[in-house]
Design a protein around this ligand. Structure first.
Ligand code: KG4
Ligand code: ZN
Length: 341
């Protein structure tokens, strides 16, 4: 079974081809995985501009599809299905990916699969690791921060979510305040190396509170206030602040996961989404005493392979979508089951 996957929900134009046998077993083979990152297009605006993103996706998508097919030595006719992120995300970009996938599916009479971007992250670990359902998932990205029980494609129970900002956004904001560039997460992780993680006492919102919800806006404000008072003549200040920030975030995430494991006991904790690329965070989560599994670092941030893999998981179950599927700017994961059937 071979599925081509397209991801265009934010500022990466990504296409991949993934292969897996029929059935329901984890682990597939990536035949091609190409990503064009729009970093330079958006840099001078200090953030992602939706209109520019949509146009950049449109300019690149055909070339990337051709590249992915050439790299996997396949033609469109050899595919068993075509998947694209159907939401949530910047709607102009989602439309580009969905229309491209639908056109190919229609022309070659192939099944079309509309993938919830969060489901792409949620199932991505099974592309490379032998993880069986159900598992507990910490989904941490630039737009989301959630704890979920994952029982299968379209079958999720949300245990907690952020009541304000996403954790990746908090990393990005911190990097911006410190002039570390973008994307912020990897820059903060790099800068934190060798820093004193106890030097700055930052607030840990929701820490030791009941339940599994998150909050990061107070931490964001505290970082801004700390940066404003940072001594200019202290070369270690940025390193120490990054280390302290990272430790604070990890304290909160570990605490929330610990509550989730009590609420919904499981021997496997999966961490996925862009922030899961953070090795310090992975190390801290390992301390929880359950089996921690994460996708390889390169498959944590947005990519086409996770969309192709989710497409395979759905295609195996016959969960295909009609060509009348409408791209969705918002699409909560928990309704994925209702929507798909
Ligand atoms: O999953 P993703 O690529 O896009 C969304 O769906 O949002 O996640 C992007 C987020 C950004 O906020 C980025 O700064 C963060 O993931 N990120 C990291 C690291 N690599 C990416 N955060 C912390 N440490 C990292 N190494
Ligand atoms: Zn993402």
């Amino acid at each position: 079974m071979r599925v081509l996957g397209i991801e265009t929900s934010c500022d990466e134009t990504a296409v991949a081809v993934v292969e897996a046998p029929p059935g329901d077993a984890p682990v597939g083979r990536i035949l091609a995985n190409v990503v064009y990152s729009q970093l330079t297009e958006h840099r001078r605006f200090g953030g992602v501009v939706p209109e520019i993103a949509a146009r950049a996706h449109l300019e690149r998508i055909d070339g990337l599809v051709a590249e992915a097919l050439a790299e996997s030595d396949l033609e469109l006719g050899d595919l068993d299905g075509i998947a694209a992120t159907g939401g949530p995300g910047l709607i102009g970009g989602v439309m580009v990916g969905v229309m491209t996938a639908k056109a190919m599916a229609f022309a070659r009479e192939k099944p079309f699969l509309a993938i919830n971007h969060l489901e792409g992250h949620a199932l991505s670990v099974r592309l490379t690791e032998p993880v069986m359902f159900p598992y507990l998932l910490l989904l941490v990205s630039g737009g989301h921060c959630q704890l979920l029980t994952v029982r299968g494609p379209g079958d999720f129970t949300r245990l907690g979510t952020t009541i304000d900002d996403a954790v990746g956004e908090c990393f990005d904001k911190t990097a911006k305040l410190l002039g570390l560039g973008s994307p912020g997460g990897p820059a903060v992780e790099q800068a934190a190396k060798g820093g004193d993680e106890k030097r700055f006492a930052l607030p840990r919102p929701m820490w030791r509170k009941p339940g599994c919800d998150f909050s990061f806006s107070g931490l964001k404000t505290a970082v801004r206030q700390t940066v404003e008072k940072l001594p200019g003549d202290d070369a270690r200040a940025v390193t120490d602040l990054c280390a302290s920030f990272q430790r604070t975030v990890a304290d909160v995430l570990v605490d929330r996961c610990s509550n989730a494991l009590t609420m919904s006991p499981n021997d496997t904790l999966v961490v996925a989404g862009g922030v899961a690329a953070n090795l310090y965070l992975r190390g801290r989560l390992e301390g929880l005493g359950v089996r921690l599994v994460a996708p390889p670092v390169t498959l944590c941030t947005d990519n086409g392979a996770m969309i192709a893999w989710a497409g395979i998981e759905r295609l195996r179950l016959g969960m295909t979508d009609g060509l009348d599927f409408a791209p969705r700017p918002r699409w909560p994961l928990e309704t994925a089951r209702v929507m798909a059937t």
